[in-house]
Design a protein around this ligand. Structure first.
Ligand code: CTP
Ligand code: MG
Length: 237
């Protein structure tokens, strides 16, 4: 696996209902560029990716390609497919379109648009070093409660054994394919969850706070602030 070729799948087909900006959030602009452009640029900057497949919102594949193309160097192959009704079906569609010479697949949400290039490289390296499924994870800061349907607390799990997982998640291609082939229903919120259902181990590497998912309006303020800080930092160099 050490020299295995790495491909990137970007699920970007979601409607962004919780963000509420009236358009698919991957095509919403922060810091002068779409969330999707930021996400793809960081992946390219990592230097580990040789092919990219983006799952676009239905009917928007052509526009998506226009946004993404400027970020892609000549030696990186890019394809855009129509996404599905769920994240899981969008990833499955993209995986089908991934070129056959790719052995390691990173799956990265367009919504985690500020994940640093370093994170892509670390996840890919862990897969190439022999871990078949790798997820970045952070310690949980809130106390989490398990509740029943009426809202009563059932349990308070020990926070120290919990991790909030992010993307990019990395997989041996064959394992990711098997996990999606075996999946029933459309409810998995990440790909590692499907691998776990196969009974296969998933390894956690340190995540990064800037890989947070732009989900609700407050996240946009954080993204704008972080991009402004990065731009100021560049200016000082
Ligand atoms: N996604 C996708 N196809 C879908 C649903 C989601 O490719 N049918 C992608 C989103 O574009 C996003 C990532 O999966 O990059 C994570 O999903 P989420 O944050 O839930 O995005 P949305 O589904 O767009 O947001 P919401 O659930 O608020 O509608
Ligand atoms: Mg969603």
């Amino acid at each position: 696996m050490r020299n295995a070729m790495v491909g990137l799948i970007v699920p970007a087909a979601g409607m962004g209902v919780r963000l509420g900006v009236g358009m698919p959030k991957a095509l919403y602009t922060v810091g002068g560029q779409t969330l999707l452009s930021h996400a793809v640029r960081a992946a390219v900057e990592s230097g580990v990716v040789s092919a990219i497949v983006v799952a676009a919102p239905p009917g928007l594949a052509t526009r998506v390609l226009e946004f993404v193309q400027p970020e892609i160097p000549a030696d990186v192959l890019v394809r855009v497919v129509d996404g599905g009704v769920s994240r899981q079906s969008s990833v499955r569609a993209a995986l089908t379109a991934m070129s056959s010479d790719i052995d390691v697949v990173l799956v990265h949400d367009a919504a985690r648009c500020l994940a640093p290039p370093r994170l892509f490289a670390e996840v890919a390296a862990a897969v190439q070093a022999g871990r078949a499924a790798v997820v970045p994870g952070l310690e949980v800061v809130d106390t989490l409660k398990q509740v029943d349907r009426r809202g009563s607390v059932v349990d308070t799990p020990d926070r120290t054994v919990l991790r909030a997982v992010q993307t990019p998640q990395g997989f041996r291609r064959g394992l990711l394919q098997r996990a999606h082939d075996a999946a029933t229903g459309d409810e998995a919120t990440d790909d590692a969850g499907l691998v776990e259902r196969l009974g296969q181990p998933v390894y956690v590497v340190p995540g990064d706070e800037s890989a947070f998912k732009v989900t609700r309006p407050l996240d946009l303020l954080l993204a704008e602030a972080l991009l402004a800080a990065r731009a100021a930092d560049e200016g000082h160099r």
